[in-house]
Design a protein around this ligand. Structure first.
Ligand code: ADP
Length: 497
């Protein structure tokens, strides 16, 4: 086959038709329902103990900390009560040795120390006042309540949440390994170390980043009705939405405010359809899955999120390079038969190593609409060490990347549509004429050109939504879920005390 015909054949395999999308939406709703009924299902549907979303009028000074993969971020957030906020933050890299410390105490003592340093630097007055008071009282309980900061703790590792500020670590990920922390309540671990330093801080809420995104969006862009869904399309993908309490059939233990009749549910949708009832499954998806440390798991995420899209494109490219009859990235002067050395790609190129093709190159390809594809060809040279790619080469790369990106956007529309339909907001009289607001965060949705447009295009084709419904859905970027979003959850938690 010629390069053009081969490219067409590849692109066709990434086609995810309107019929596919509609079938997947129905299956997503079914799997959501299953997750609300029992444990151990595809979608975990974790109750978060957050029982409402902000209106934009919330006020007060709160703290938030975020323990992600590599950094620990400490911030204070002043909610001004008018949809705006002021945020002060500091960031410190987590020392490698603490990620694999002998005991959890070492890591959490370090985190508490960072909170102390932050308070001294940015809230010196309040801190000094507090220290003076500490000298005159004998126990932490003697502190004045209004002097105590409520803190939202964003902890991006799998936890079993059992209350708004209680959650047991299930396992470490991202290179952390401190065995004695597993099974323990991470909020209590942090609070213990905060108390040892006598800091005026109460860990009020344990925060998942998607819930933070939902809250941040609802505070900063409140409609009459509040945001329905917070979603992340970055390294990974996940979403949290507002569910009716009555729909949560599995037991929700622990204390929470039942008066709103609502609870935010963390779907953990990265694992939607691990059984592949409706997800597409090309030979490259199969290959990618096999290479990962968790085959058969997070199957939706492996077709949607930033970590994986570049890798899918890479696997397709490698496949095409291996076909002698397809002239892609060919070195015309080569006389050997080995597929690697007949290409114009440097041996150290990311094309030849797993995860070596970053999804951001796909964004460059999508953004370059010039006839000569100058920017893309330059990116191929500079980022992937492909020597003098021809226009044909660049066009092929662009077409493949576009096909993978478009499929990801259409799959993203599946989750969004399922949750909009599940929420009933399109037909709810309370939402009459109102926009259905969705907050999103993550480099993919922020930087991949036309990602949101492709989502809207698919939404318009979905039964129960259609063009009219799609027009009412407003997908907006929500920044700082782990800052302002976490602060807002601390506020909700403080109100419940
Ligand atoms: P995280 O999800 O870890 O908080 P990000 O939201 O920045 O961080 O997402 C990082 C992911 O986004 C990486 O997988 C990266 O490949 C991808 N990414 C980074 N820049 C871009 C871009 N310009 N276009 C598309 N994807 C990108």
């Amino acid at each position: 086959m010629t390069l053009e015909a081969e490219t067409k054949a590849v692109v066709a395999q990434f086609d995810y038709t309107n019929e596919d999308v509609n079938k997947a939406v129905k299956e997503f709703i079914r799997q959501m329902g299953e997750g609300l009924e029992k444990e151990g299902t595809s979608l975990s549907q974790i109750p978060t103990y957050v029982t409402g979303v902000p209106k934009g009028t919330e006020k007060g000074l709160y703290m938030a900390v975020d323990l992600g993969g590599t950094n620990f971020r400490v911030c204070s957030i002043n909610l001004n009560g008018d949809t705006t906020f002021n945020l002060t933050f500091s960031k410190v890299a987590i020392p490698r040795e603490l990620m694999v410390a002998k005991s959890a105490k070492e890591l959490f003592a370090f985190l508490a120390k960072q909170i102390e340093l932050f308070l001294k630097e940015h809230h010196g007055d309040q801190f000094e006042k507090h220290v003076r008071r500490r000298m005159t009282v004998t126990s932490p309980e003697g502190f004045k309540d209004e002097e105590v900061f409520r803190l939202g703790f964003t902890f991006s590792f799998p936890v079993q949440q059992i209350g708004i500020n209680k959650g047991k670590l299930i396992r470490w990920t991202k290179g952390f390994d401190i065995p004695d922390a597993v099974g323990k309540d991470v909020c209590a671990l942090l609070q213990q170390e905060i108390d040892i330093l006598h800091l005026p801080v109460k860990v009020a809420a344990l925060v998942n980043d998607t819930v933070g995104t939902l809250m941040a969006r609802s505070y900063t862009s409140p409609g009459k009705t509040g945001t329905v869904l917070g979603a992340i399309f970055g390294t990974g993908t996940n979403g949290a939405y507002v569910e009716k309490l009555a729909n949560i059939k599995k037991p929700v233990t622990g204390e929470f405010d039942k008066s709103t009749g609502l609870m935010v549910v963390n779907t953990e949708w990265g694992s939607f359809d691990n059984q592949l009832n409706v997800l597409p499954n090309t030979k490259w998806d199969i290959e990618l899955d096999k290479e990962t440390p968790n085959p058969g798991i997070q199957m939706y995420e492996k077709r949607v999120s930033g970590m994986f899209l570049g890798e899918i494109v890479r696997l397709v490219i490698v496949d095409l390079l291996k076909k002698p009859e397809v002239s892609l990235f060919k070195d015309e002067n080569s006389s050997t038969n080995d597929w690697k050395s007949t290409t114009s790609i440097a041996p150290n190129s990311g094309v030849f190593t797993q995860w070596g093709l970053d999804t951001s190159v796909m964004s460059v390809a999508a953004a370059d609409t010039t006839p000569e594809l100058v920017a893309l060809r330059q990116a191929l040279e500079e980022q992937l060490h492909i020597y003098s790619p021809s226009l044909d080469d660049a066009q092929t790369f662009k077409a493949i990347a576009a096909a993978v990106g478009r499929r990801a956007a259409r799959l993203s529309a599946v989750a969004i549509a399922a949750i909009v339909l599940q929420s009933g907001t399109l037909t709810d009289p309370a939402y009459d004429g109102e926009e259905i607001d969705i907050g999103v965060d993550g480099s993919l949705v922020e930087h991949y050109p036309y990602f949101r447009d492709m989502i809207y295009e698919a939404l318009g084709q979905i039964e129960g939504i259609g063009a009219e419904g799609a027009k009412r859905i407003r997908i907006g970027i929500a920044k700082d879920g782990s800052g302002v979003g976490a602060a807002l959850i601390a506020l909700v938690a403080a109100d419940m005390e």
